[in-house]
Every structure is written in C-alpha cells, then in structure tokens.
Design a protein around this ligand. Structure first.
Ligand code: SF4
Length: 242
C-alpha cells in the first residue's frame, strides 16, 4: 500500500503542470484510506469502537505536513461562513500562541481541543488530516481514560487497521516530499492559523518552499535525536519512488 499509493501520487505530482491542480492530486489520494480500511480483516473492522460524538482523539496535538493544512484551509474557505471563519481564526491564533516553542510532551499535556472540533464532531470531516483518518480505537472508554491521565495506560490501537492506514499515510507523505514539496512536520492548529491569514502559504508550497514559519514547526522533546532537517515520517533517501 505504501509503494502503490506513494508511486501513484509521486507520478501524478511530477506530471501535473497546472500549479492549481497540485493539491487536488494529494486530495484524490485520500480515497486510498477508504480502500485500505475496506481491505482490513473483518474482525479488525468489527473491533472499531469509534463513533460520532466521540472526540478524545481530537484533544491531542495533530502533526501534519503542509499539504494537509492547505487542503483543510481550502475546505474552510469554501464551506465556512464569514462569521465561522472569523471565529476559527481567533481560536487558531490562540492555539498558535499557546503551542509555539513547546515540546511535543508539553503540547500533549495541554489537552487542548482541536480548533476544528464542534460539539463533539469534526467540522472539516471530508478534508481532515491524514493522522485523523488513520486513527481507530477498539476501546472508546480507554481513550477517554488515557486522555484524562495523560498517559497511554491502555493500548487502544487495532493493528489490522492501523498498519494499512499508516502505509497509505506514509506513502502520500513520502511522495510529496520526494517530489520536492514541503516535508517538514508542523503542528496542525498553528499552521492552519497561518494558512488562513497569509495568502502566500499556498504559493510558497507550490514553489517547493517551506509553507509555514518556524513557529508552526512540531517541536521534539529534550533529548530527542534531531538531525535538524525538521522532516518527520519521510525518508531522506533519494529516489524511493523515482
Ligand atoms: S481535524 Fe477533525 S478529526 Fe482531526 S483532530 Fe481536528 S476535529 Fe478531530
């Protein structure tokens, strides 16, 4: 799934001549998540406990690459009213300010709800980031308990689903980075704030530059091995899909 998804995204990004269509190439790859889920063993799918109104996983920081943020920003601009947009920008600004410069652990411990969470549901469900698409739990009660304790006391993951979803996610991210587009790891809420208030973020991404400022970068924890490239989840070896 990693190979198939990544190679297809890489090929299409390389072939696309119209910059306005580049994000659509990545967006259309999102259907691979549905295919990956449908191909999981029946018993693994039957174990999924996630349901509408269950939002524990929307209270932990979401790590993303730039293309995911730009897809959500595009969705927001098309579907939110001016008042909803104004309120979202205000929440995202508060999030950006609170998260800037903090380590992953500090951000996790803040347990702040995602700026797009509305009455227990995702307000950009069709455009949600890849990590949100990939997450499934077999125990909603344990998710809430883990959130309350700030520790992963119970392993809630379902290997038969998770492995497939991650293969798709990493395939897309590797292909985007290998095609030369921003492969840095960003904090979702902070980068969304910039995407909604700075019209040049998308233009920088198209030009294969860093789309967002360093204040949106996903910071590691003290003592983490950091090679300074700021990339997360993508391999640095050249030519994986070439
Ligand atoms: S984008 Fe949607 S699914 Fe993802 S954390 Fe935010 S509210 Fe939850």
């Amino acid at each position: 799934m990693f190979e198939k998804t990544g190679a297809a995204v890489f090929r299409r990004l390389r072939k696309t001549r119209n910059p306005g269509e580049l994000l659509s190439v990545v967006k259309s790859a999102h259907k691979e998540f549905e295919r990956a889920y449908d191909s999981a063993p029946a018993e693994a799918r039957a174990a999924v406990a996630c349901a509408a109104g269950c939002d524990a996983c929307c209270h932990v920081p979401v790590g993303v690459q730039a293309h995911e943020v730009l897809i959500v920003a595009q969705h927001v601009q098309m579907h939110f009213s001016p008042l909803e947009l104004e309120a979202l920008i205000e929440r995202a600004a508060g999030h950006h300010q609170a998260f800037a410069g903090r380590s992953s652990l500090e951000r996790m411990n803040m347990r702040k709800p995602c700026v797009l969470l509305r009455e227990g549901s995702c307000s950009v469900y069709e455009a949600r980031p890849e990590a949100c698409r990939s997450h499934h739990s077999h125990n909603a009660e344990a998710c809430r308990a883990n959130l309350a304790s700030g520790r992963e006391d119970v392993d809630v993951y379902i290997p038969g689903v998770r492995g497939r979803m991650f293969a798709v996610m990493l395939g897309i991210d590797q292909a985007v980075a290998e095609a030369g587009y921003d492969g840095r790891a960003y904090d979702f809420g902070s980068a969304l704030h910039e995407a909604l208030t700075d019209g040049f973020c998308a233009a920088r991404w198209v030009r294969r530059e860093a789309a967002f400022s360093d204040s949106c970068r996903e910071a590691g924890n003290e003592g983490d091995d950091d090679d300074g490239d700021g990339e997360s989840g993508v391999m640095r070896a050249e030519g994986y899909f070439q």
